[in-house]
Design a protein around this ligand. Structure first.
Ligand SMILES: Nc1ncnc2c1ncn2[C@@H]1O[C@H](COP(=O)(O)OP(=O)(O)OP(=O)(O)O)[C@@H](O)[C@H]1O
Length: 575
């Protein structure tokens, strides 16, 4: 068709379907490159029309390699950076090593001479980068901390081989530091120049991110620091929950790409108080079988990872109970209401998706004041609010507790989505409690139910959304630091004074537990076995997430069937 025909006279043009501005966009969506090739912006990828294109090698330099029959598209999500210089376009991107999900990502570079006029070529490049990055921050400034002992001592080589090339190709400014001792990351974060970096990335397990949150919290302007610096994880440890939750993977290269592509989101943190000490927690607090298995199996380390399974089964078969007294500030009690809350929050988020950065400007707002927010409910040393409408339950005795698990994220480990209804910034924690004297068969089935997603709905599992909880352990060594008010509530349970059966005695011996102490786990780290109180702070910290506002999980079963227009729960109003 001759080019002089205007759209008014061209019988084949369909101006009603494509507005004038969009027509230009479509016409400009193709970049002519090389001798006879083109790059076209598709819906979610760049389409490479070049019979010779092959990116099985590190760099594809147009015309030098002749091969065909390969996938000729590059998803926008895989694009790390691009530049147009001297009529040559360079695109850096990643390519999965295999078709397996979560396959290792390899950096690739595509270089073409451009035959399209320069202005047009620049617009094409800018548009591609816009689509490739959306609301993500391009070329972030990253402080990387490497725990050289993380991941059985492989963290440094994982970083060098799988992560650094991706950051480099994405044009990130990176400053790497190795931690030299325990709690070193706390000091590094406490001294960090918060104007010099956007991201604090821990090439470690979950221990270092916890230290970083606590280090930033030490600053005089803690709230500002926690809001400015996005703390994230490059999975190089044994426990990589943070990466599973926000990036859906513990493959280091996938996490590196996620960091380059993710958006900043507000993230709830909890304060755990013991005596006068306040510790920030991002993942979980546990007491009972999970904590004992995680932290109380050091004596059988020679078993390797099997020690966790062994330790868990031995305690399960022993029907161990861990008596506590506790009081809870419940936000949502009923499991169906928790699902409604999840549905409502996700619906709200969908409205914000078109402006992902607004996630910071919603009703949550920034914490007021420069330092850490004050504790709404005081510390474990303060008396509990007495008023009827305080939202707190009374201090109750729980003599047959098997597991106390309070989570701030969905995945506690790979294959363990313990808290399917958890959300990163809803200002609530998910508390799960399970009796310890349930039948062994039921307990074993429950263990399997975690991985297959039926755990939450099981009647044996009590699940609540809460904003605070106080716990006084009544097992292990004698409690010395309990306030008088709490002392008065209950005495050690009848169960714990019952004579153990022979089987229980044998199993106790096998577990290696002396029974003289207990374990309190916060984010997988051992904290003193003492009374504690936990309180959540909505959106106190900042992290990076591939999907803003939700964890990488399908949510609690059945939430999609809930009509959110009619759903109201007490918890949804909670701020
Ligand atoms: N150089 C070091 N020497 C000794 N301990 C360290 C060092 N660097 C960090 N740590 C400590 O190692 C602990 C574990 O940290 P990490 O975040 O890697 O979690 P993890 O999942 O337990 O990892 P892993 O079990 O693979 O070591 C933290 O408590 C941290 O303080």
């Amino acid at each position: 068709m001759s080019s002089h025909l205007s759209s008014h006279t061209d019988p084949f043009s369909d101006t009603a379907a494509i507005p004038e501005g969009d027509r230009d966009t479509i016409l400009e969506s193709t970049l002519h490159v090389g001798a006879n090739a083109s790059l076209t912006l598709g819906a979610d990828r760049v389409i490479v029309a070049d019979d010779a294109f092959d990116d099985s090698n590190r760099t594809y330099l147009c015309g030098l390699i002749q091969k065909s029959d390969l996938a000729k598209t590059i998803p926008f999500y895989h694009i790390l950076d691009a530049e147009l210089l001297n009529n040559t376009i360079t695109i850096r991107y990643v390519r999965p090593r295999s078709s397996k999900s979560n396959a290792r990502l390899l950096v690739r570079t595509l270089i073409y001479p451009v035959s399209t006029p320069e202005g047009l070529a620049q617009r094409w490049t800018d548009r591609m980068l816009e689509r490739a990055f959306g609301a993500a921050l391009r070329r972030p400034r990253i402080k990387v901390l490497i725990n050289p002992f993380g991941g059985a001592g492989r963290a440094q080589s994982i970083y060098d081989n799988d992560i650094a090339p991706i950051f480099q190709a994405a044009g990130c400014t990176v400053d790497v530091q190795r931690t030299t001792h325990k709690t070193h990351a706390v000091d590094i974060a406490a001294d960090l120049d918060i104007d010099a970096y956007d991201v604090l990335a821990c090439a470690s397990g979950d221990g270092l991110p916890m230290e970083c949150f606590n280090g930033l919290a030490r600053k005089g302007n803690a709230a500002e620091a926690l809001r400015k610096i996005a703390v994230t994880q490059l999975p190089c440890g044994t426990g990589n929950a943070m990466s599973w939750n926000f990036f859906g993977s513990a493959e280091p290269s996938v996490a590196a790409l996620s960091i380059v592509k993710a958006v900043r989101i507000p993230f709830d943190l909890a304060s755990v108080t013991q005596g006068d000490k306040r510790t920030l927690s991002f993942l979980s607090q546990s007491l009972g079988i999970v904590a004992e298995t995680d932290l109380g199996t050091e004596n059988i380390r020679w078993m390797g990872d099997f020690r966790f399974t062994f330790g868990f089964l031995v305690r399960l078969l022993g029907k161990n109970v861990y008596p506590i007294d506790y009081a809870v500030r419940t936000e949502i009690e009923d499991k169906n209401d928790i699902k409604k809350h999840y549905a409502q929050e996700v619906t709200k988020l969908k409205h914000q998706q078109s402006h992902p950065n607004d996630i910071f400007d919603n009703e949550m707002g920034a914490p007021s004041g420069p330092g850490l927010p004050p504790l709404k409910y005081g510390t474990i040393k303060d008396p509990l609010p007495k008023e009827e409408n305080s939202g707190w339950t009374r201090m109750e005795s729980y003599p047959n507790l098997g597991n106390f698990y309070c989570g701030n994220m969905c995945w506690m480990a790979a294959d363990a989505p313990f808290f399917p209804a958890s959300l990163p910034s809803d200002g609530m924690m998910d508390l799960v409690t399970i009796d310890g004297d349930i039948s062994r068969l039921k307990a074993t089935k429950l263990l399997l139910a975690v991985a297959d997603g039926t755990f939450f709905d099981d009647d044996i599992v009590r699940a609540r959304k809460i904003s605070a909880v106080r716990v006084i352990p009544r097992f292990g060594r004698p409690m010395t630091e309990i306030s008088e008010q709490d002392q008065a509530v209950t005495s050690v349970s009848a169960t714990s004074t019952q004579k153990p059966s022979t089987l229980q005695r044998i199993l106790k011996k096998m577990s290696g537990s002396s029974g003289k102490t207990g374990y309190f786990s916060v984010d997988g780290e051992k904290l003193p076995f003492e009374p504690f109180q936990v309180e959540i702070h909505r959106g106190l910290a900042t992290t990076l997430s591939r999907v803003p506002g939700v964890y990488e999980y399908e949510g609690p079963r059945g939430w999609k069937d809930i009509n959110v227009e009619n759903a109201t729960t007490a918890g949804v109003e909670h701020a």
